[in-house]
Ligand binder design. Structure first.
Ligand SMILES: *[C@@H]1O[C@H](CO)[C@@H](O)[C@H](O)[C@H]1NC(C)=O
Ligand SMILES: *[C@@H]1O[C@H](CO)[C@@H](O)[C@H](O)[C@H]1NC(C)=O
Ligand SMILES: *[C@@H]1O[C@H](CO)[C@@H](O)[C@H](O)[C@H]1NC(C)=O
Ligand SMILES: *[C@@H]1O[C@H](CO)[C@@H](O)[C@H](O)[C@H]1NC(C)=O
Length: 498
């Protein structure tokens, strides 16, 4: 789960304006008609996005009976005091769903589109397809507009700090290109909390060494109030400084996206020590201890930030939500570009323990199947039920239990799959954990939902994003001195070509 916390919004008016404070040619050079509120009411907006919290990892979901009747007992392991306070003082919308992976969720949030209309792939930011200079990259295609671009045009000061993961290949893809006048972000899915670097150069690049941490980004001295360079404290420091220095008369849009609790599991020792009581039952890797220490932290001061910024107007949830599911991460350039194989042969994974080898997905669609981008749908039929249809190959098909990292499969594997074929059907109010497939008991409903899903499929946008390129890696190892960033070849040459 990936909860989005604290979006306050009020919107009116129709004055056309150009975005302010953005580079020329932002947004892929696409001209947009942008509105400014005529009524003059422009509340400050704080949008906080957290990654990878589970339902049971939220303090306000403890000592609590979940909608399906499962009781989650209070436990000292799950302590999220700052977030609990936000929920207590705000409104919890617990029937909102996001895409289950980072980049599609983030692309959707920043572009205002459903994932299957902007980016259904959780691909590496280093991919590109030379034949498509507009959409042939990870993340939001260059010809789509960002939320912050709209708000900048409406006179907002825009700023974003933290995890981005909505595209990196060209300056258009970066937060600046998407409307953030002030930004400090990292581009990969995850990176090291101390050095801010992420792994090595991906295959098929074979040009050299790992991207290594620059010396100046090594962890600082113990006792540093900002924890010697811990990544989230850096983001928070910048966000707070921005708010403190901000003229309250100017509407502010602040996007705050901590790295916590996305992997790698890393936290200053002082905070891990507070959860030392978990250690005896959490050997040898102490994942649970570190995870809960991380989960308890953020945002150190966002409770105060929200008091400063929050308004009250919230839109009601959508009644119907088509969702894509995840394609294979590997072989992106050679596999058919689809999120799911429909009509695949059903099989069921055995529950496994950490360390088991995941079962690979087939490289090509089973006979008789076809590729789809939209492969899931949630339909609210009111008293008739809240239905979820899943089709084809469903990755990360597992239930995470109340004690992290207990799950029905290895919690870090992206390869555990269920094959739903023409459809698994769940009623979410009675069965929020999706344990009981009712497809065979509701053939007409199944057919009706499938027809809707196929109608959505006809509108899906899933262009060929290409494969990993060496240029991004060369830039990381060269001009960016160990960090990831836009690859000028993608940015300049392809722009000229396109
Ligand atoms: C759990 O909630 C009940 C009321 O809903 C309360 O009486 C009890 O003290 C709570 N227990 C803990 C451990 O928070
Ligand atoms: C963006 O460009 C792609 C081609 O890469 C095109 O298929 C798509 O329709 C365009 N979308 C918009 C919103 O302009
Ligand atoms: C990619 O596909 C090829 C050909 O099907 C296969 O041999 C290879 O193992 C795949 N690579 C990965 C990383 O899955
Ligand atoms: C994991 O959690 C589930 C759901 O609460 C439970 O049924 C299962 O026994 C747990 N497994 C382990 C290994 O603790």
């Amino acid at each position: 789960m990936l909860p989005i916390i604290a979006i306050a919004f009020s919107w009116t008016g129709d004055t056309w304006a150009e975005p302010q404070g953005l580079p020329a040619g932002h947004n892929g050079g696409v001209k947009e008609r942008l509105t400014t509120p005529a009524g003059g009411r422009r509340p400050h907006i704080l949008m906080i996005l957290f990654d990878d919290y589970g339902w049971a990892d939220a303090g306000w979901h403890r000592n609590y009976t979940a909608p399906g009747g499962e009781f989650l007992p209070a436990t000292p392991e799950v302590a999220t005091p700052h977030l609990d306070a936000l929920v207590r003082e705000g409104i919890e919308l617990d029937r909102h769903y996001v895409y289950k992976y980072c980049s599609p969720s983030r692309s959707a949030l920043q572009s205002g589109r459903n994932p299957y209309h902007v980016n259904p792939l959780n691909a590496e930011p280093t991919i590109s397809n030379p034949d498509d200079p507009v959409s042939g990259f990870q993340g939001i295609p260059r010809n789509m507009t960002g939320l912050a671009t709209k708000l900048a045009a409406a006179g907002y000061r825009t700023a974003g700090f933290g995890k981005w993961d909505a595209g990196m290949a060209t300056p258009d893809h970066t937060p600046h290109g998407r409307g953030y006048q002030t930004a400090l972000n990292y581009f990969h899915h995850c990176n090291d909390y101390w050095s801010f670097t992420d792994g090595g150069c991906p295959v098929p690049y074979s040009g050299g060494d790992k991207v290594g941490p620059p010396a100046e980004c090594a962890a600082g001295p113990l006792g540093d109030p900002w924890w010697g360079g811990y990544e989230d404290s850096l983001f928070e420091k910048h966000a707070l400084a921005l708010v403190e220095g901000h003229d309250a008369a100017v509407p502010l849009f602040l996007f705050f996206a901590p790295h916590i609790v996305h992997t790698p599991l890393q936290v200053p020792q002082e905070y891990a020590d507070r959860f030392a009581f978990i250690a005896p039952t959490d050997k040898p890797r102490h994942q649970r201890q570190v995870y809960h220490a991380m989960a308890s932290l953020p945002p150190i001061d966002s409770h105060d930030l929200s008091a400063f910024l929050l308004g009250k107007t919230l839109a009601s949830p959508r009644a119907e939500l088509p969702i894509g599911t995840e394609p294979r991460l590997s072989n992106l350039s050679s596999a058919p570009l689809c999120a799911s194989y429909n009509r695949a042969t059903p099989y069921y994974d055995e529950p496994s323990v950490v360390g088991d080898e995941p079962k690979p997905l087939p490289d090509s669609p089973p006979p008789g199947s076809r590729c789809t981008t939209v492969s899931a749908l949630i339909v609210d039929e009111g008293k008739g039920g809240l239905w979820k249809l899943l089709t084809g190959t469903v990755e990360q098909a597992m239930y995470t239990g109340p004690a992290y990292p207990n799950s029905t499969t290895d919690e870090v594997s992206s390869h555990f799959v269920s094959h739903c074929g023409d459809g698994c059907l769940f009623e979410l109010r009675a069965d929020p954990l999706e344990t009981s497939d009712l497809a065979s008991r509701h053939p007409q409903r199944l057919a009706r939902l499938r027809a809707k899903l196929e109608a959505y499929e006809a509108t899906a946008f899933n262009p060929d994003r290409g494969g990993n390129t060496a240029a991004a890696c060369e830039h990381a190892q060269g001009v960016y001195r160990g960090f990831w960033g836009p690859d000028e070849k993608a940015g300049v040459c392809r722009k000229a070509k396109g």
